[in-house]
Design a protein around this ligand. Sequence first.
Ligand code: NAD
Length: 265
Amino acid sequence: MPRYNLDGQVAIVTGAGRGIGRAIALRLAREGCRVTVADLDGATAAQVAAEVRELGGQALAHQVDVTCKEEVERMVGETCEQLGGLHILVNNAGIGAVAPLLETDEKTWDALMNVNAKSVLLCSQAGARQMIEQGGGGRIINNASGAGKIAPGKGIPLGAYAASKHAVVALTKQMGLELSEHGILVNCVCAGIVDTPMWDLIDRETAARRGVEVGSVKAEAVAGIPVGRIQQPEDVANVVAFLASDDASYMTGQTYNVSGGLLPY
Ligand code: NAD
């Protein structure tokens, strides 16, 4: 059942071909949004757009590399042409990489900073320009991570990932201030351990480094979650839907933990 009235609004969700982005796209569609399902993988974007249509919603599948300015501008342009504007941008696309900082090469660093941080700047620039031209404000919601607030820990070497996600939190704070005069509210969510292919990769690669069984790293991490269960993509989508709604109209530049109590601040 829809909780918020987002009828008539148009949303772009990046990295929406699977995992958290898919759940966000489906949730915003249930709330009444027309949705651009944007992903590097055009086939998964098309599948999720078909799922939206099965729900009775309207969706555009769009293949995009969010690190490329021209492609990002095309994504916003096609969304406006085909869905009639842009009101909500969810910067969700991201990648992970397991490597201790002493072993992190420049290629890994650049990939993480480009996909996780630069893309937030590029998509937000293109999205905010459109929202300003339309008038009436808008929402930008960034998907950072608990690793955007704390170091993931000695045993889970995600240092470059953490640096890229700290950048997303900083961009949220400053963008919230700079775009407030246009009525564009910018907020961020920080999730904990979400059951998606990204955490499966972290588990596999960390297990290989430790020489332990696949699945054991994830099980150990989940055992430390105060609410006692792994996070589902829908747990993140719930908060994104709230941040896109009128109920969140007095909030900007903020970062919200959605982590089952894992994150201390
Ligand atoms: P995922 O790997 O399951 O999905 C990520 C999606 O992003 C994929 O569909 C992928 O094709 C897409 N993508 C990757 N690079 C892209 C690019 N250059 N252009 C466009 N699309 C691209 O990951 P997920 O777990 O669903 O994570 C989604 C977001 O949530 C990421 O930003 C991630 O850092 C963040 N996050 C994840 C967790 C977790 O535990 N899984 C926790 C906190 C935050």
